[in-house]
Write a protein that binds this ligand. Structure first.
Ligand code: NAD
Ligand code: MG
Length: 404
């Protein structure tokens, strides 16, 4: 094995970020090797990935999926199969592991992301929900364990690239006055509130520029994704809410910008393909070939900008209000959103019910200081319970029933 070869654990390997991560890793067999893969229950996809990458471990969410995977791997195959939180914890804390790609979707990713930070690993953070819920704990763990947090969310990756290396934790002290988070505006950028009432899950998931998992696609349509990213930016770069502006940029070519006290604005540009940010994380501080088509600015021709409309997209306002409220408000906002998005994808509520469920949940859960993981998990559980009870109260017929 080459001396500088990095061993990588990919959490959420069968998802959109996971598959893109393996695509980049496969381009660099001399520098990168898969140590472990983890996924929820997609045994077919995990089996194919095990055969292709021959990891030391594969972790499934539960025992049934693990048993099925074990049965389907060839006899005597190199990969050992584990399951559950303990399996995840083992593959992020193992001494041999250098890099952890945290790409599980939703709050389910928090314990393993936190464990990777506490183990002092190079943490490639895609799972934004873990930072939104437990930002205080996660950033503290990164500092105390000397972990290296490299943001994979394209906006935060862009900001990271536009700030000098020694100033990531304290950009304000080094002349950064603001960050400008760009947002595509999603598939409903031009839709009226009335049109959004009848939006279907497939319409919400049809993102104009990015191909992503279904949960983040709905978040992008509601602008909650930008709201979660607003919170994420405050945590990663230690910024006050008033230092983060959201700018709608429909072409998704500028991935975000950093404004300095002297009037300079630095931007990172590229085609909308997550492999750029993933390769940046996997190679840091070197640059790696990612497979992304080079940007053709002449063919792009236009870069447009507009202000976000928080009346049509209240989720952005709710996320901003949560970060201002502080404490467990962000965990509550995130949990209520996860419940509401799942209900929308199941066609139980309308698209426009999502912010209503979040707002009412935020009104009903007491906000406390997020001192430990169990305090955060309690807030998450309480918010989910209230959000579920609100779903039952929603009187609208589901879109599937209403459509003719
Ligand atoms: P996805 O739905 O495509 O994939 C999710 C992955 O997580 C799957 O492999 C699934 O099996 C796994 N998973 C889910 N629950 C799990 C559990 N309890 N235990 C173990 N594995 C579990 O999602 P995605 O689009 O790849 O997004 C992943 C994360 O990255 C999200 O937090 C998202 O916000 C963030 N992100 C995604 C993109 C993107 O382009 N897709 C961009 C920026 C940030
Ligand atoms: Mg993003």
């Amino acid at each position: 094995m080459a001396v500088n070869k990095r061993l990588v654990s990919v959490l959420g390997s069968t998802g959109s970020i996971g598959v893109n991560t393996l695509d980049v890793i496969a381009r660099h067999p001399q520098h990168l090797e898969v140590y472990a893969l983890a996924a929820h229950s997609s045994v077919d996809a995990m089996l194919a990935q095990c055969l292709a990458f021959v990891p030391r471990y594969a972790v499934m969410m539960d025992e049934d999926a693990a048993t099925l995977l074990r049965q389907r791997l060839p006899a005597g195959f190199h990969t050992q199969v584990k399951y559950g939180e303990s399996g995840l914890s083992d593959i992020v804390t193992a001494r041999e592991v250098d890099v952890v790609m945290a790409a599980i979707v939703g709050a389910a990713g928090l314990p393993s992301t936190l464990a990777a930070a506490r183990a002092g690993k190079t943490l490639l953070l895609a799972n934004k929900e873990s930072l939104v819920m437990g930002g205080h704990l996660l950033m503290q763990a990164v500092r105390e364990a000397g972990a290296r947090l490299l943001p994979i969310d394209s906006e935060h990756n862009a900001i990271f690239q536009c700030i000098p290396v020694d100033a990531h934790a304290t950009p304000s002290a080094k002349g950064v006055s603001k960050v400008l988070l760009t947002a595509s505006g999603g598939p409903f950028r031009r839709w009226s509130r009335a049109q959004m009432t009848d939006a279907t899950p497939d319409q919400a998931c049809a993102h104009p520029n990015w191909s992503m998992g279904r949960k983040i696609s709905v978040d992008s349509a509601s602008l909650m994704n930008k709201g979660l990213e607003f919170i994420e930016a405050c945590w990663i770069f230690d910024l006050a809410p008033e230092q983060v502006d959201v700018v709608v940029h429909p072409q998704s070519i500028i991935h975000s910008m950093v404004q300095y006290l002297d009037g300079s604005v630095l931007a990172q540009l590229g085609n909308p393909d997550m492999r750029t940010a993933i390769a940046y994380g996997l190679g840091w501080p070197e640059r790696l070939v990612s497979g992304v088509t080079p940007l053709d600015l002449v063919a792009t021709a236009r870069l447009d900008f507009e202000a976000p409309d928080e009346t049509r997209f209240p989720c952005l306002r709710l996320a901003r209000e949560s970060v201002v409220a502080g404490g467990t408000a962000m965990a509550v906002c995130n949990a209520a959103n996860e419940v509401a998005v799942a209900a929308f994808l199941d066609e139980k509520i309308r698209f426009t019910d999502i912010p209503a469920v979040i707002e009412r949940t935020l009104e009903r859960v007491d906000i406390v200081e997020p001192t430990t993981l169990s305090v955060v998990e309690d807030a998450d559980a309480q918010a989910r319970e209230i959000a579920y009870s609100l779903l039952a109260d929603i009187q609208h017929p589901p879109t599937a029933v209403k459509r003719v």
